[in-house]
Design a protein around this ligand. Structure first.
Ligand SMILES: *[C@@H]1O[C@H](CO)[C@@H](O)[C@H](O)[C@H]1NC(C)=O
Ligand SMILES: *[C@@H]1O[C@H](CO)[C@@H](O)[C@H](O)[C@H]1NC(C)=O
Ligand SMILES: *[C@@H]1O[C@H](CO)[C@@H](O)[C@H](O)[C@H]1NC(C)=O
Ligand SMILES: *[C@@H]1O[C@H](CO)[C@@H](O)[C@H](O)[C@H]1NC(C)=O
Ligand SMILES: *[C@@H]1O[C@H](CO)[C@@H](O)[C@H](O)[C@H]1NC(C)=O
Ligand SMILES: *[C@@H]1O[C@H](CO)[C@@H](O)[C@H](O)[C@H]1NC(C)=O
Ligand SMILES: CC(=O)N[C@H]1CO[C@H](CO)[C@@H](O)[C@@H]1O
Length: 731
């Protein structure tokens, strides 16, 4: 038995660790920062947009958590999720000799109040009367008087007895308060041993009084940084029944959570139902407690089996009753003595058995948890839907990758493998086991609805096969946020080509027309291939990849369907693609094919002006390319905005392209042409241009014809010389 004790302790530690890790992993919203310094930040608290519930916005600076947007900028030490409390740092009011000022105020901000149970108003000093004036729904106040005429009368205990230190309770639900001193009492009479008075609201049992605090500077030296104060918070000011009526603001969204009226403040809090633990404010926050793993809290003297939200305790076979009984197991005693003997023998056997069981259970539990998690994610991410489709042969082009495969392919998502980072996620370069190079996109966080749509989207996308659309090869659904695997397009994006490092090279008009036409074809195809039409929703030059021979490949397709629709995240999205966004979409929030037409119009403009969608003019002012262009069109000043390198070519043709772009940029969606029409128009413009090149050979034409047999755009040398000629012909 000697070895059993350390064993037990070890087992208990392991158990605690496993409980900690399983709950700790679900405290913040997925994808949000979970800790700051050594403080865990549980949702509804959160850092950054989309990570907090309204009113619980905090920031992390220098490993310290601050409550945002409260006028006193409160530093948070501790958050008690289930008790609805937070410990913050507040300031001390101090007054020395007979100066009249000296105050400290506190504004708690929305949903927070100063806890009346947990705090006390404390004053330190002799001949000191400290006041707290505050406001809950009414004006309220409290005062505390400390009296001592000489040093000897100061009570040198740890408690505040009223001599040198006093304490009093404060009113409930304070949202703002101001601590001041009564000027009729001052330190002049006791200046010899107590020059200053101090007052503060702090956690009740935290402060230990010492007589030396009355001496010069002793107190401020020790408590210069402020004192800890407990605030109560609520998820909302309503009572539970009212709160549940408005689901848009209701905070207890976890499946097995419930609403409780806060005992400490006015409003409601959330809690997991009995048998569940975790964060009740998160969608999947409340998780079943496996009671059988916690024999101390949930003693079971038989066979313990966990069930969702509860547990069963049945007798071991061999005893009289084999029928399962709840919680306890007391087979009818034959005789007291027999029972005792049996029990005694049982206990030691049980202890050993228990130990082994605990170990086995622990290992099994962790393993199962992982498998279960994967399975849950798989289901959440629409895996079953997709699996069905694959089986019924509706989808035969898409593979489902495992998490391990993708981790191996990307060297564990090493940052050196990063190809790009955008509004929707990060793209990594991956090398599959069979040597194929692929691009792997890890999306940002999604909610459940988006995940369902994601699967639908994948089914649609997998059926698309167009030479100008980046091909979807597969996906991985076993992770919290699904990952997509695309074919890898080697030559960068159109954005890089125009604005990247090599932008000093001019791009021939022919190539520009080719890219424009091919992108338009891709979008037209996508708009017409399915019903309802698939809308890209994020057409922009960074989303047009370039393959060999400058073949355009549209990517990030269907991002729109995965885009969040609630307001906060919507704003992020707008920022991500500002400059390309259809103004009508902004107003009506209704994404249509015509939104893509508008965005394509901006890409077309980029191609003929070589400017960014939002660019700085010569005066350094930010301008919207679409607006500048439309203005230039109106004022017949097209030559001032077009790229100088193509300006001299063929004004009629350029006019035609500009006219097309103008149509695409029409304010009203219905006035814009269909993508199919745009593609047709570009096709005819391009063929006109080619015919002209052949009939009326300029130097660019000669160059093109000369090089056509061994034209290889992937070799920069060739490319470069071609461009030089290009430039010359422009002069
Ligand atoms: C967190 O860190 C601070 C100092 O960095 C320390 O004073 C405090 O005790 C720590 N809290 C916990 C819970 O470890
Ligand atoms: C804390 O932040 C301030 C600026 O806000 C900075 O000057 C200081 O170096 C930071 N301290 C640490 C320890 O990071
Ligand atoms: C209410 O206040 C008490 C005393 O500060 C605290 O222990 C408890 O966690 C608070 N909240 C709830 C929900 O009881
Ligand atoms: C404080 O007040 C006393 C009389 O009440 C006066 O004699 C003394 O000069 C004052 N001290 C200061 C620093 O104002
Ligand atoms: C607190 O009270 C003092 C004295 O009445 C006053 O001067 C100060 O402005 C008050 N502070 C706030 C924030 O109300
Ligand atoms: C629910 O709350 C939101 C935000 O406070 C509010 O705009 C909406 O009108 C409320 N709905 C109902 C039915 O009360
Ligand atoms: C308590 C507080 O300062 N609340 C402010 C938070 O920020 C919003 C908008 O920025 C203000 O309207 C609130 O007054």
């Amino acid at each position: 038995m000697a070895g059993a004790l350390p064993c037990l302790i070890f087992a208990a530690t392991l158990m605690l660790a496993s409980i900690k890790s399983s709950t700790a992993s679900r405290m913040a919203k997925p994808g949000c920062q979970e800790t700051c310094g050594n403080l865990t930040i549980p949702y509804p608290f959160g850092i950054g947009e989309g990570c907090f519930h309204e009113g619980f916005d905090v920031s992390c600076e220098n490993n310290t958590v601050y409550r945002h947007n409260s006028s006193s900028r409160l530093k948070i030490y501790d958050i008690n999720l289930l008790g609805g409390q937070a410990k913050v740092n507040t300031f001390i009011a101090s007054k020395c000799l007979n100066d009249t000022s000296g105050w400290a105020s506190l504004d708690t901000g929305k949903f927070f109040t100063v806890s009346t149970i947990a705090n006390k108003l404390t004053a330190v000093g002799c001949n000191t009367l400290a006041f707290l004036e505050g406001y809950n729904e009414h004006s309220v106040g409290a005062g505390c008087f400390s009296m001592c005429v000489d040093k000897e009368s100061v009570d040198d205990g740890v408690q505040c007895s009223g001599m040198g230190c006093c304490q009093t309770s404060i009113a409930p639900n304070l949202v703002s308060s101001n601590i001041t001193f009564d000027n009729r009492f001052n330190n002049h009479e006791v200046r010899g041993f107590n020059p200053c008075s101090y007052a503060f609201v702090a956690e009740q049992d935290w402060f230990r009084f010492e007589a030396s605090y009355l001496e010069d500077n002793k107190f401020t030296e020790k408590f210069n940084d402020g004192v800890p104060t407990v605030l109560d918070w609520v998820a909302g000011y309503e009572y539970c029944d009212e709160a549940m009526k408005n689901m848009s603001m209701y905070a207890c969204i976890s499946k097995n959570s419930q609403c409780i009226t806060s005992p400490n403040a006015t409003g409601y809090l959330c809690k997991c139902k009995n048998g569940f633990a975790g964060n009740p404010y998160l969608e999947e926050g409340c998780q079943d407690i496996n009671e059988c793993n916690l024999p101390h809290q949930y003693p079971c003297h038989g066979i313990c089996s966990n069930i969702i939200g509860d547990y069963d305790c049945s007798c071991k076979s061999g005893t009289q009753s084999t029928e399962p009984k709840r919680k306890t197991c007391d087979p009818i005693a034959v005789s007291e003595r027999a029972r005792l003997t049996k029990m005694f023998a049982g206990i030691s056997a049980c202890a050993v058995l228990l130990l082994i069981c605990i170990f086995a259970l622990l290992i099994e539990y962790q393993k199962r948890k992982l498998v279960k998690e994967k399975k849950i994610f798989f289901q959440q991410n629409g895996g079953l839907l997709l699996y069905e489709q694959i089986r019924s042969k509706q989808v035969d082009t898409v593979r489902i990758f495992t998490k391990e495969e993708l981790e191996n392919a990307t060297n564990n998502f090493d940052s050196s493998r990063e190809l790009g980072r955008g509004g929707h996620g990060t793209v990594y370069k991956g090398i599959l086991k069979d040597g194929r190079v692929v691009a792997i996109k890890r999306s940002k966080v999604m909610n459940m609805d988006q995940k369902d749509e994601f699967a639908q989207e994948m089914v649609i996308l997998s059926q698309i096969n167009h030479r100008n659309v980046v091909k979807l090869l597969g996906c991985c659904l076993e992770v919290e946020v699904p990952m997509l695997v695309y074919e890898c397009i080697p030559n960068g994006t159109l954005f890089d080509l125009m604005h990247g490092k090599n932008r000093r090279l001019s791009i021939s008009l022919d190539i520009r027309l080719k890219i424009a036409q091919e992108s338009a074809e891709a979008l037209a195809y996508l708009h017409s291939s399915a019903s309802p039409p698939i809308v890209h929703g994020d057409v922009k030059s960074p989303n047009i990849l370039l393959g060999d021979n400058h073949t355009a490949k549209v990517t990030d397709f269907g991002a729109s369907r995965m885009l969040p629709t609630d307001e906060i995240q919507f704003m992020t999205m707008v920022q991500g693609t500002i400059g390309y966004l259809d103004p009508e979409y902004l107003q009506e929030r209704q994404l249509t094919e015509k939104s893509d037409v508008y965005s394509f119009g901006v890409v077309l403009l980029e191609l003929i002006t070589m400017k960014f969608a939002i660019y700085s003019d010569s005066a350094g002012e930010k301008r919207n390319l679409a607006s500048s262009f439309l203005l230039a069109m109106k004022e017949n000043g097209l030559q001032f905005i077009l790229d100088k390198n193509i300006l001299e070519f063929e004004t009629e043709l350029l006019q035609e392209i500009a006219q097309l772009a103008k149509c695409c940029l029409s304010m009203r969606g219905e006035e814009r042409p269909l993508m199919r029409e745009v593609a047709e128009r570009l096709r005819s413009i391009r063929s006109t241009w080619r015919v002209q090149l052949i009939q009326n050979p300029s130097r660019e034409t000669e160059c093109l014809l000369e090089n056509s047999s061994h034209y290889d755009p992937s070799s920069t040398g060739q490319h470069g010389s071609l461009m030089t000629l290009d430039l010359e012909s422009g002069r």
